[in-house]
Design a binder for this molecule. Structure first.
Ligand code: BEZ
Length: 210
């Protein structure tokens, strides 16, 4: 069954390149990006994993742990890591799940048989510290993902978790936010002095500091 926003992210145990894990224990109180790639020793995947490794400081700054997955075995992941460092200049610095028995990919519906019945698609799950699924994305094998976009979504999710706001199209941190429609104009005025009422349902304000 597909995993939907707001669902509890299913727990699992798995072998990874950084040792065996119980997913929830490994997560602790962090945010998590769980992402699958179709196959080891393939070109797009090589660029993706190097890119993610190069963004480690950005994920750390957001209290976010990253974990990859494919249905390849552990020794394959380990051998491939050398190539990734070689090509991209970034050593893989996050665990990669070896899901040869497809336990986790089946649990998270990462195999789409009409695309391929032997490989995982490029799935992404962002999971909050409350273990709820906050974002799902599915990309085809031929299209590498935009990991800056994932950082942008994490920034939005974390802001929205702290403040009664939403973020508009193409928003980036520091830009104006949208005030939640759960706030009356009076409440909005107290929390966001000088807010702009563009429409009764669209009120914007400078991004809150906290
Ligand atoms: C790739 O990562 O380049 C790739 C993987 C599987 C199918 C097609 C491309």
């Amino acid at each position: 069954m597909a995993i939907r926003l707001g669902d509890d992210a299913p727990n699992f145990t798995a072998q990874t390149t950084q040792g065996p894990i119980d997913f929830r224990t490994w997560q602790g109180s962090s945010w998590v990006v769980l992402f699958s790639h179709p196959k080891d020793f393939t070109p797009v995947c090589t660029t993706e994993l190097g890119t993610v490794a190069g963004l480690k400081a950005e994920f750390d700054r957001r209290n976010t742990k990253v974990i990859g997955l494919s249905v390849d075995p552990l020794d394959s992941h380990e051998k491939w890591e050398g190539d990734i460092a070689d090509v991209t200049g970034h050593a893989v610095n996050f665990p990669m799940i070896a899901d040869a028995d497809r336990k986790v990919s089946t649990l998270y519906d990462m195999i789409h048989p009409n695309a391929s019945d032997t490989m995982t698609v490029r799935s992404v799950f962002i999971i909050g510290p409350d273990h709820k699924v906050k974002l799902t994305l599915t990309y085809p094998a031929s299209t590498g993902r935009n990991f800056q976009e994932l950082l942008r979504v994490i920034d939005s999710l974390q802001l929205v978790a702290r403040q009664p706001v939403a973020t508009p199209a193409d928003w980036k941190p520091g830009q104006d936010i949208i005030i939640s429609n759960n706030l009356s104009d009076e409440e909005a005025g107290k929390k966001f002095p000088g807010f702009v009422k563009k429409k009764p349902y669209l009120r914007t304000a400078a991004a809150p500091k906290g």
